[in-house]
Design a binder for this molecule. Structure first.
Ligand code: SF4
Length: 339
């Protein structure tokens, strides 16, 4: 019933409407999407879209990023503004500013935030000469950020930070996980002089569930099977896997795996189960990350309701004081990573 309603509205609005969905959305949402992608693909698509109404099926920071990049005539809507990201919520922007000011006593610190962060955090990155990154372009963006100052504050995901540092050849002794408790009062700027990379201690509630011991057991019990994981996973999990990459890389890895092979996939289960349907010639098994409860908040009912009430008052609003700085941070990423 909701599916018909959604299709009717889509038909009526035609090219005036674009429905975007993240790979972690369920099939009943993805089937209505004009574009399905990872964070980078979806963000990069915004400036090219001609549609006046853009409905973003994902979590809040994605819709906010879209609103930052949208042109004046475009309105961004979220079927459920309560769908937030646990990882992004671990880095409140006021605390990020306080910590950045503290660590900056050690020299020029460039903030580099994963796109899984609030618009307030992205604005701080833009304001302090930093940028944002996605899991697919994190190594290139970290290299760029390191060239802009004495050290980099990478946030909010410590696992993506550690995995990116490993790929970039940064010595573990040059990495420091910040103690953000007590408003950052435990941080001593003098201790950071020989550090290149300062990590915010956030994690993804989904990929955090994958434990090195469990993945080691899968490896032991399934000789010959492939294991591919998302780099938000623990570095011990990434070390055991055959490949770690963004959702787009996980998809291409699965596609390229030989017919008849077994592939264990460590990412959100909606994507894993979709790949299982798409590639019946392979034995595709979820590694056990499970579902993201916030991504799951978007339902066909909420999508239909959203499509039926796209008035400017309901569009995603970004604080006009934050928007220019946040846009600068995102544009820096698009400039560096897409060149
Ligand atoms: S999967 Fe992890 S990073 Fe993605 S929205 Fe859910 S909690 Fe946030």
């Amino acid at each position: 019933m909701y599916s018909e309603l959604i299709q009717d509205i889509k038909k009526k609005l035609g090219s005036e409407l674009a429905v975007l969905a993240h790979h972690y959305q369920k099939d009943s949402i993805v089937e209505h999407a004009d574009l399905v992608g990872d964070s980078l693909q979806l963000a990069a698509s915004i400036p090219q879209l001609k549609a006046r109404f853009i409905v973003f099926c994902g979590v809040d920071f994605m819709a906010e990023t879209a609103a930052v990049l949208a042109s004046r005539h475009q309105l961004i809507f979220s079927p459920d503004p309560e769908a937030t990201c646990v990882m992004a919520d671990m880095a409140p922007h006021s605390l990020v500013r306080t910590i950045l000011e503290k660590v900056s006593l050690s020299g020029k610190v460039i903030p580099l935030s994963y796109v899984n962060s609030s618009v307030g955090v992205k604005a701080i990155c833009g304001e302090y000469g930093g940028s944002v990154c996605t899991s697919s372009n994190a190594p290139g963006m970290l290299k760029w950020a390191l060239s802009q100052g004495d050290r980099v504050l990478f946030l909010p995901d410590k696992n993506l930070g550690r995995n990116t540092a490993n790929l970039s050849g940064i010595n573990p002794r040059e990495i420091h996980i910040l103690d953000i408790r007590n408003n950052g009062n435990n941080i001593q700027a003098g201790d950071l002089a020989d550090k290149k990379l300062l990590l915010w201690p956030g994690v993804c509630a989904v990929h955090f569930r994958l434990k090195p011991e469990q993945v080691m057991g899968v490896r032991r019990d399934n000789p010959g099977a492939f294991i591919v994981v998302h780099p938000e996973s623990h570095p011990g999990v990434v070390a055991i896997a055959d490949e770690a990459g963004s959702t787009s890389r996980i998809i291409s890895f699965t596609k390229e795996a030989p017919t008849g092979s077994t592939v264990f996939i460590g990412t959100e289960d909606n994507l894993v189960l979709r790949l299982k349907k798409e590639f019946p010639d392979k034995n595709i098994i979820p590694l056990g990350a499970g579902y993201c409860s916030n991504m799951a908040k978007i339902t066909p009912q909420l999508l239909a309701r959203c499509l039926g009430s796209m008035i400017p008052e309901k569009a995603v609003q970004v604080d006009p004081k934050l928007a220019p700085h946040a846009r600068k941070a995102v544009e820096n990423m698009l400039k560096v990573s897409l060149q």
